[in-house]
Design a protein around this ligand. Sequence first.
Ligand code: C5P
Length: 225
Amino acid sequence: AVPGPLAGKRVLVTSGPTHEPIDPVRYIANRSSGAQGTAVAAALRDLGAEVRFVTGPADTPPPEGVTVIPVESAAEMLAAVEKALPVDAAVFAAAVADWRVASASSSKIKKDGGGPPALALAENPDILKTVSHLADGRRPSLVVGFAAETDDVVTLATAKRLRKGCDWIVANDVRPETGIMGGAENAVTLITADGAETWPRAPKAEVARRLAARIAAAFAPAMEA
Ligand code: C5P
């Protein structure tokens, strides 16, 4: 094992978008690049954690030195996450699709002149919320979610922390003018039970290192009185 403050700790990271199948050749997806989740996994690895990296189909290759568990859909991501438990900490950086096609076709849908198909959608499981509400023993002692917001970032992310039942929320401002979505930098506010802490805008790798250091500090043995 790699030495470091997180040596011996098992950490789960979800990352990337999900692909929700319409039929065997088509899917619904989103523009998540997986860059921030990949950087978080690498930063946790660098502090010595044993990282289980559950990733949707991302643009960026996964980091080396982590256990990569590739998935496509939200349902597959939830199953992979449950299988990867127990862990000490979990960071949910994936941009999970909110909806899937209710009944994906097992054969390619044909353009048969009958007009476009109606795609009924069904709600996907909320993976972060599910894991946050697991019973003691199965629930990681630290559960961290992300929140991409365009307005009232701190207010909405603070409410999201309570609604999801996670310990921390890493909130980012994804208004188009920030250039954060799909960009190289991130500007985040960390929301904990103690309040909101805004970090300076920095490359995603730097934000990841700072988050990993905070996670390590949360696991550090309390100082002797
Ligand atoms: O509700 P919203 O999608 O804004 O929440 C974002 C947070 O919840 C992220 O940490 C994301 O990874 C997680 N999430 C999840 N499963 C979902 C939706 C979001 O784990 N179905």
